[in-house]
Design a protein around this ligand. Structure first.
Ligand code: CMC
Length: 438
């Protein structure tokens, strides 16, 4: 989008004789202003330096807004608390993709369209068979999502809005099927085909837990919990995986390849892999003595030399309670109660660890609060989802956000291939000697 400059400007002056330069400032509807540095290199032959993007807005966007200090998250202006309590996941998908919550007729039409695409090409299962049975589900998902470009060649053109829309529907509809297939493959059970009379979340849970000899009994509390996990993970502004999807798509690659790049990035323990890492951390403490060992564990976390982190705590943007974590915590208690697991030692340990960390000065002074992954891991574990599958479920839920962000970028007539520059600190020009002279 072409940005209008505000009345404000920044003036940059230099100590090396380079003439000073005025830089336009753009204002968003809420949140920090941005200083527009696009002309900087052309006029000064200098780059800006911001590894980790601590002070850099890589794009303008009207999809998601986060106020990290307040602990606020809005999708298209709507607070996450309202969406999580008044909408289902597919309504949230409609909102993220098209900018508005659907009315009844639009919801029916959108649900029908997504439902229509839930099956995957039968050939996909033979492709899946090429993986080792013990492969990590995220390794499998990276492969399966990338492979969709080999199965759906009629919706590959990123520059065709209609093809982009079909690929969006396909991805949203098929991700649950693929995640469930990846799971069934690891446990050696037959794949369960989607059932389109069920809700999005219920259908996913049935594909995960039903077998040809035993139907899955839908439990409304658990289905609601799963749906909430999906809503809370649907988008999160310009995080690492979303930025990866944007950068990947900026080369003009196809939507399936771009989303596969997002899946790969999400896998890391500092991002989507944190829910799995948080649960594994709880298992570790449990195996060393459980609640009695929390003090020892916290001491290790505080020890700078140990490199141990309290997984599921802390966030680059939230310096207050992650609003998603509040909602997930509520769901966590509901699910544990529904399943009668309040006294399960692992869950008792999780709650005790959370309480101690929230009162400890190390965490309080650094504004380290539980993030959504701390509780989503516990909820998924209680529902019966195997730990290595947690991040795949995050990927399933985030797919719509990735697509919405990708669409926003491609539809922007000013978009360019992403191409960061660098501060070069390597050897200056030198001559290569023949091997016998080195
Ligand atoms: N446990 C212990 N100390 C921590 C933690 C933690 N989880 N997170 C941050 N710190 C400390 C860190 O050591 C540093 O202390 P000091 O100032 O004394 O050096 C300070 O807090 C600031 O940390 P940082 O690494 O500079 O912060 P960051 O913004 O670069 O990192 C983070 C954010 C999410 C990578 C980090 O908090 C972390 O590693 N958390 C655990 C992993 C996790 O739960 N990730 C999921 C994020 S939410 C899901 C998503 O949106 O993808």
């Amino acid at each position: 989008m072409a940005l209008d400059a505000s009345n404000k400007k920044a003036t940059l002056s230099f100590s090396d004789g380079t003439p000073s330069m005025d830089l336009p400032i753009h204002e968003g509807t809420i949140g920090p202003d941005v200083i527009d540095i696009r002309q900087l290199y052309g006029k000064t032959k200098k780059f800006t330096y911001d590894p980790g993007f601590m002070s850099t807005a890589a794009c303008d966007s009207s999809i998601t807004y986060i106020d990290g200090d307040k602990g606020e998250l809005l999708y298209r202006g709507y607070p996450i608390e309202q969406l999580a309590t008044q909408c289902d996941y597919l309504e949230t998908c409609h909102l993220l993709l098209y900018g508005e919550l659907p009315n009844v007729a639009q919801k029916q039409a959108f649900d029908k369209t997504v439902t229509y695409h839930t099956m995957v090409n039968e050939q996909m299962q033979f492709f899946l068979r090429g993986f080792r049975r013990d492969a990590h589900p995220m390794a499998v998902m990276t492969g399966l999502v990338g492979a969709m470009s080999a199965f759906y060649p009629d919706s590959m053109n990123l520059n065709d809005p209609q093809q982009r829309e079909i690929s969006a529907h396909r991805l949203i509809a098929k991700m649950p099927t693929l995640v469930a297939m990846a799971y069934k493959y690891t446990v050696g059970q037959p794949y369960v085909y989607p059932r389109n009379d069920l809700s999005y979340a219920a259908n996913f849970m049935r594909m995960m837990f039903a077998t040809p000899c035993e139907e899955y009994k839908v439990n409304d509390v658990l289905v609601r919990a799963m749906d909430r996990i999906f809503i809370l993970h649907a988008d999160h502004e310009q995080n690492a995986s979303t930025s990866t999807v944007r950068l990947c798509a900026s080369s003009g690659t196809n939507p399936f390849a771009a989303i596969a790049a997002g899946v790969a990035c999400l896998w890391g323990p500092a991002h989507g892999g944190a829910n799995e890492a948080a649960l594994n951390m709880l298992y570790d403490i449990q195996s060393q003595g459980g609640v009695a060992k929390i003090g020892e564990f916290i001491a290790k976390v505080k020890d700078k030399d140990s490199e141990v982190r309290l997984m599921g705590f802390g966030h680059r943007v939230y310096k207050n309670y992650d609003p998603r974590a509040k909602l997930m915590r509520e769901t966590c208690h509901e699910v544990l109660h529904e399943l009668g697991l309040q006294n399960d030692p692992l869950f008792e340990l999780a709650m005790a660890l959370e309480k101690i960390a929230l009162e400890d000065d190390y965490f309080v002074s650094r504004k380290l609060y539980p993030n959504v992954d701390y509780y989503s891991g516990i909820v998924q574990k209680a529902i019966g989802i195997p730990v290595p599958l947690f991040t795949a479920i995050f990927a399933l839920a985030r797919t719509v956000g990735w697509i919405a962000q990708l669409n926003e970028m491609i539809a922007d007539p000013e978009y360019k291939i992403g191409r960061p520059r660098q501060l070069y600190v390597g050897a200056t020009r030198r001559d290569a000697k023949p091997i016998d002279k080195r």
